[in-house]
Design a protein around this ligand. Structure first.
Ligand code: BMA
Length: 341
């Protein structure tokens, strides 16, 4: 196997970790044996926490969590953990302000991502802007959360930022959609010099030729910079007579021009098979929203929502997963374009 490395230079010796079980066959991603790490009714007033994102913070971990309140409305809660596995949550949901410091709460907020870029933490979620669209906020201290301009007009329900600027611009992946459960969806990217004006839109990748991701796809965790390009964990959706099934897929995007897909794994990396993935508020959903990674060892911990009910974790190593994606790569026609038409 070639030496494949995480190249962002950040070490995380306290990354949550479990070794690969002996005799594991198939994709090089293995589940945490004590899954799910966040169970039902995790905090008063919240029935379920899932599809959530974490980052290392002050020697421990912090995260933004999709909490389904007991009135059914999703919102974002702050959670903290010493080990990345056992989490405690603020009872109060996160309160947002506008740039003048005035209260400015989203109507609802779900599927939050949390990405650090140059010492600022950005939260990206799906909220309401006269229809489902992308919400954006920043914080530096996890006390004040300041909302920024809405990047896109409706409908768009899934967005992830790259963890560094490229050519001086912030880069965001998103998945334009419709107002419902959207029977289509490709990943696009957009750039912004200031987090206000977004443009230079490019197409990244479309739904797959294989069956597991043939209905729609969407960005998952913030891409990880590696010696082979940006490692992207995304969700791929198939349709069945029992509804949609969400699996985790993997792709490598060009490091200088991430609208070009270099490799795209034809097989899923993880698909619902455990009780907490198959059974819940919405069964058969594995929905990745974050990773932690350690440059030194190449270890990667993946956080994913399971069955719209729990948070679960899986592990992999950068060399194994990139090698698997390359070995099983099958690109679609639009993957290799510059994404301009
Ligand atoms: C998507 C989003 C996710 C959810 C998934 C499966 O459209 O709403 O939050 O996990 O559906 O229900």
């Amino acid at each position: 196997m070639m030496q494949i490395k995480i190249t962002n230079g950040e070490n995380l010796p306290n990354i949550p970790w479990q070794e690969k079980p002996e005799g594991l066959t198939g994709a090089p991603v293995w589940r945490y044996t004590e899954n799910p790490v966040i169970k039902r009714n995790p905090v008063e007033g919240v029935a379920r926490i899932f599809n959530s994102a974490v980052v290392p913070y002050e020697g421990a971990f912090i995260g933004v969590f999709r909490g389904e309140q007991v009135n059914g409305i999703p919102y974002i809660y702050l959670g903290r953990s010493e080990n990345g596995i056992d989490w405690t949550f603020d009872k109060e949901k996160i309160h947002f302000v506008n740039e003048k410091g005035e209260e400015f709460e989203p109507v609802y907020a779900y599927d939050p991502r949390l990405v650090k870029i140059e010492d600022v933490y950005y939260i990206i979620w799906c909220g309401d802007f006269y229809g489902a669209s992308i919400g954006l906020a920043k914080t530096t201290d996890f006390k004040t959360f300041t909302r920024l301009e809405n990047p896109f007009i409706p409908f768009n329900r899934n967005a992830v930022l790259f963890p560094r600027k490229m050519n001086g611009n912030f880069v965001m992946m998103s998945r334009p959609s419709d107002s419902g459960h959207t029977p289509f969806g490709d990943i696009f990217l957009s750039e912004s010099p200031d987090m206000v004006y977004w443009g230079k839109h490019r197409h990244v990748m479309g739904k797959g030729n294989e069956w597991w991701d043939a209905v729609k796809i969407g960005g998952g965790s913030a891409p990880i910079e590696t010696s082979e390009g940006w490692l992207l964990f995304f969700h791929g959706v198939t349709g069945t007579c029992n509804g949609l099934v969400y699996s985790i897929g993997g792709a490598i995007l060009d490091v200088d021009n991430p609208s070009i897909v270099k490799y795209r794994c034809e097989n899923f990396l993880l698909t619902p098979q455990e009780w907490y993935e198959e059974r819940g508020f919405v069964g058969n959903v594995c929905f990745p929203c974050a990773t932690l990674q350690d440059s030194d060892t190449g270890r990667i911990a993946i956080y994913y929502g399971a069955a719209d009910t729990y948070v679960a974790m899986a592990f992999t190593k950068v060399d194994e997963v990139v090698d698997y994606i390359k070995t099983h790569s099958k690109l679609t026609e639009s993957d290799i374009e510059l994404g301009i038409r």
